[in-house]
Design a protein around this ligand. Sequence first.
Ligand SMILES: NC(=O)c1ccc[n+]([C@@H]2O[C@H](COP(=O)([O-])OP(=O)(O)OC[C@H]3O[C@@H](n4cnc5c(N)ncnc54)[C@H](O)[C@@H]3O)[C@@H](O)[C@H]2O)c1
Ligand SMILES: N[C@H](C(=O)O)[C@H](O)COP(=O)(O)O
Length: 322
Amino acid sequence: MKPRVAVTLGDPAGVGPEVVARACWDEDVLAAAELVVVGQRRFLERAAEACGLKPPSVTVLEVGSAAAVPLGGPSAAGGRLAGAFIEMATEMCQSGAAAAMATAPISKEALQAAGYPETGHTTLLGRLTGVPRPVMMLAGERLRVVLVTIHCALADVPRLLTTQAIVETAIVTDAALRELLGLARPRLAVAALNPHAGEGGMFGDEERRVIAPAVEALRAMGVEASGPHPPDTVFWRAMHDQFDVVVCMYHDQGLIPLKLLHFYDGVNVTLGLPIIRASVDHGTAYDLAGTGRASAASMKQAILWAARMAKAKARTAKGQII
Ligand SMILES: NC(=O)c1ccc[n+]([C@@H]2O[C@H](COP(=O)([O-])OP(=O)(O)OC[C@H]3O[C@@H](n4cnc5c(N)ncnc54)[C@H](O)[C@@H]3O)[C@@H](O)[C@H]2O)c1
Ligand SMILES: N[C@H](C(=O)O)[C@H](O)COP(=O)(O)O
């Protein structure tokens, strides 16, 4: 049986509805999952028209008000609807009405203009499911990265980076790669923060004070972790199969290499939640909204990943080997 995947439309002012409309016509997607679009048919139809497609014959769960949302920029109205779509998809996953969710992009600015205190899906899903530290993983065929600190100012990173935060991120990652991706013994490379891993303390001491103790603690717990590795070479090594995932100290450390390799087909997966969520790796692309030119490759991958992880989770729950 195909897993039912709740697909949110994202911010209606961005390219979300267009990439969802395209994905709803994709043969691989339709073969892998039963789709329920969580949003509003008017946005899906507007998007299909922009893409030169017929409106997809997919179930649409109507959520939110009939407020007008102008294309091409953040607004409180768009943020309010985007938030409502995520809330509904989460409820569906929690109640068993859906096996997983796949999300189209939202704007953090619009979400906050609508009154949400969160900085994106990851923290919103954390609140809705009662998980204090969900882990953001971005993944493609060639590279996987997880982030210890996520959406914060670069100046705040050294303060937020603690041994405990690194250990918790790595433990969630280790468990999720086993359960959802079927890796028997995930190899985690923990990146350093400073150039050349601090060069013995010449360029910072976070490696010695914070990161190395985390690696030691993880190894004592049986996690196959190593590091702190110099950041300028660790991604290349992971890409050449020396590691299964790189544990990154801050957002752009991990997302620059990931998006350079996988902008079109990368996915963003939230680890450590009681529900399954995969997402596109790109944003609202307001500059493309309404043109029909946005690539749907990442949206397609997000739905395929959501379906695959839902199946793996169901098999693990039944005690079968993945
Ligand atoms: N999954 C998510 O919800 C998610 C992910 C990333 C960024 N965002 C948010 O999106 C908003 C805009 O962010 P940004 O401008 O930094 O990044 P962006 O990804 O929206 O756009 C960056 C560039 O990539 C292009 N692009 C993006 N998606 C594309 C696609 N599918 N096909 C072709 N080209 C595409 C855009 O036209 C733009 O030139 C921000 O509020 C950001 O926080 C959301
Ligand atoms: N850093 C994420 C990315 O670039 O894909 C992104 O901003 C999305 O964040 P949420 O999944 O928390 O919305």
